[in-house]
Design a protein around this ligand. Sequence first.
Ligand code: G3H
Ligand code: 13P
Ligand code: ZN
Length: 333
Amino acid sequence: MVSYKDLGFVNTRKMFEVAMKNGFAVPAYNFNNMEQLQAIVTACLESQSPVILQVSKGAREYADQTLLRYMGQGAIEMMKRMAKEKGLGEIPIALHLDHGGDFEICKSCIDSGFSSVMIDGSHLSYEENVELTRKVVEYAHKYDVTVEGELGVLAGVEDDVKAEHHTYTKPEEVEDFLKKTGVDSLAIAIGTSHGAYKFKPGQKPEIRLDILHEIEKRIPGFPIVLHGSSSVPQDAVETINKYGGKLKDSIGIPEDQLREAARSAVCKINIDSDGRLVMTAKIREIFATKPEEFDPRKYLGPAREALKQMYIAKNKNVLGSAGQAPAIMALLK
Ligand code: G3H
Ligand code: 13P
Ligand code: ZN
């Protein structure tokens, strides 16, 4: 058993407390490799934002859960050193299991030093979801690890599970779910979806902020999470297609709607696909314009820099988390 506290991570409790009070959302960015991790951590340090590093099932299969945990730990040390060098304050970093599918995987992450886990029982019946989530909360809270549950089903692909249509969260269920499970935050389905194809051309890109507000009214002050919140930057899609890619037309979640959600009870916003698009666009551009290059650092380096700039812009303009790290660090002392 390794405690996340000994590794330098923090759970999400104080992050969400400040996010709720100051009207922003903590970024939850997925990582699978070193370049993504470096981009996330340096962007958040430079913009003084708290950050939740997310590890999905796909990431664990690709890069190995143990290695990712050590990389996260290494990122803490890197952040501390860089903060000193740049004369910046340290930032709070959580290591979070994204879409934990069963009790065993949540336990294994908690035991190996994750500070936060998601138990995703959204595809189960309500009763089964309650039971599974409650069991994870009971275990996690023994170690002060925070737990995210989910009610409602997002359309799109979530690891191996594919849902054709949204099943919006039912506001009348949330109070009972929180009471029975004891979760620390709740992911809801209000029209966001995973992946790069969220709305079809011609479709109005709109999330159901009315459902969010209805939920907020029933559980005031409780941290809400939005998955599937990439905005699908059109310049990245165009660059990918210009240099040989074949992405279909797609529209993501408008950034102004995410900003509005972040000002309300939404305290955590998950973004993965936008990073994939920005990295791929830069790598394709370099392969096409500098065909003589074969050193991975010459294309992964610029891709990492583009990714970092994207995260800084998200923190400043969309989530509103830039500049909020000191308020959280003060509470953690
Ligand atoms: O929930 C979806 C995340 O973007 C993770 O995706 O399972 O392909 O790593 P992944
Ligand atoms: P996107 O696919 O919209 O980036 O969503 C990521 C996510 O929800 C990870 O859990
Ligand atoms: Zn998700």
